[in-house]
Design a protein around this ligand. Structure first.
Ligand code: SF4
Ligand code: SF4
Ligand code: SF4
Length: 354
């Protein structure tokens, strides 16, 4: 068990553990420190300099996301000097940013927008050259708008550190730096798994989900936490709904076994819920080969009759059962019991092994 340390942050006595950063201890004690490049799913990076804080006895300001607490440390997270530096950082970011918040897909969930609001930055006082890139819209799921990229490196790091795909990297230097794929190829021609982890961490509107585009602002949507039904990992999801229709899926970083991480199925595989092609009732194929709507009673009795006929004519091993990972353990237990005790075969398998 790491040693417990006492520190003072903004005059509040706080306790933390040796090895924790100032930011972690502040957050655990309800003290807000602004960040842009920080995401608890990855190692601290210290690039955006927004989390700089004053530590008594230290010569320079320290990045709260990187600096570990020491015994009896005294920290100030806000004062005139710190706030002036934060405003300058925000202004520098806005100096090469389209600031099209009215139509930006991320308005309402954009960290840069929130920080400009918090620190009263209406526009940048740094005027000069700006970039204008093409919108990268080369796949069905993820849109990339490099004009909005603030080069925080979160997408690069999550894809490398958490996903292990290493799709993105920084290209060029200085003012011309951008985030790109190998040889600037489309995402579909890269090792991308389309898990959307990069979308989930992008703090601005540079990486967005195409499936949710134009479907509502965060404040218009209802959030409901649930569990992903696709596999046994059981990731925690947040469903964003409008008029009872799912329009986005995210994952909270502070809950569940997945802590904000999802695979492609959990993050993007929800459109079937409102699909007009979704099967909502049983259907039986007639002798003419056409499928027709049936009642559950009729469908179940048809299955029972056909299974009985097959077993009678060819024996129980002529039947096999494939269970679903989307059923509960109890349902799958009952299914194998039915196959063994009622049908009389051990031909049972499960789609999770495929
Ligand atoms: S979708 Fe996943 S694999 Fe593809 S670039 Fe983003 S994080 Fe990497
Ligand atoms: S695309 Fe988003 S996450 Fe990636 S570096 Fe740019 S702002 Fe950061
Ligand atoms: S998000 Fe992916 S890994 Fe998580 S439970 Fe769903 S299918 Fe499984």
């Amino acid at each position: 068990m790491p040693e417990e340390l006492r520190v003072t942050i903004d005059g509040k006595r706080c306790s933390g553990r040796r090895g924790q950063t100032i930011l972690e201890v502040a957050e655990e004690n309800g003290i807000w420190i602004p960040t842009l490049c920080y995401d608890p799913r990855m190692a601290p990076y210290g690039a955006c300099r927004l989390c700089l804080v004053e530590v008594e006895g230290a010569r320079a300001l320290m990045p709260a996301c990187h600096a570990e607490i020491t015994p009896d440390m005294v920290v100030r997270t806000e004062n005139k000097r710190i706030n002036s530096i934060r405003r300058t950082v925000i202004e520098l970011l806005l100096s090469d940013h389209p600031v099209d918040c009215m139509t930006c897909e991320s308005a309402g969930s954009c960290r840069l927008q929130d920080l400009a609001y918090n620190y009263g930055v209406k526009e940048s006082s740094f005027k000069g050259e700006t970039h204008s890139y093409h919108l990268l819209d080369d796949n069905p799921l993820i849109e990339r708008d490099l004009d909005k990229c603030i080069l925080c490196g979160r997408c690069v790091r999550i894809c490398e550190e958490v996903v292990g795909a290493g799709v993105y990297g920084f290209v060029a230097r200085g003012f011309d730096s951008i985030v790109s794929t190998p040889y600037d190829h489309p995402l579909e021609e890269s090792p991308c798994l389309f898990c959307g982890q990069c979308v989930s961490t992008c703090p601005v509107g540079a990486l967005t989900s195409k499936l949710s585009k134009g479907k509502g602002r965060p404040w218009e949507l209802k959030q409901t936490d649930t569990v992903c039904p696709y596999c046994g990992v059981g990731c925690t999801l947040t469903l964003w709904t409008r008029d009872n229709e799912v329009v986005n899926v995210t994952a909270p970083v502070d809950k569940g076994v997945n802590r904000g991480n999802l695979c492609i199925k959990g993050r993007f595989g929800w459109q079937y819920i409102s699909s007009s092609e979704r099967l909502k009732y049983p259907m039986i194929r007639g002798k003419d080969g056409k499928l027709r709507k049936a009642t559950w009673e009729k469908a179940i009795s048809t299955v029972a009759e056909r299974l009985t006929e097959i077993v009678k004519e060819n024996g129980p091993d002529a039947v096999c059962g494939l269970a679903s990972a989307r059923c509960t353990n109890e349902e799958n237990y009952l299914f194998q019991k039915f196959m063994r005790a009622v049908v009389g075969t051990n031909n049972v398998d499960h789609c999770a092994r495929l």
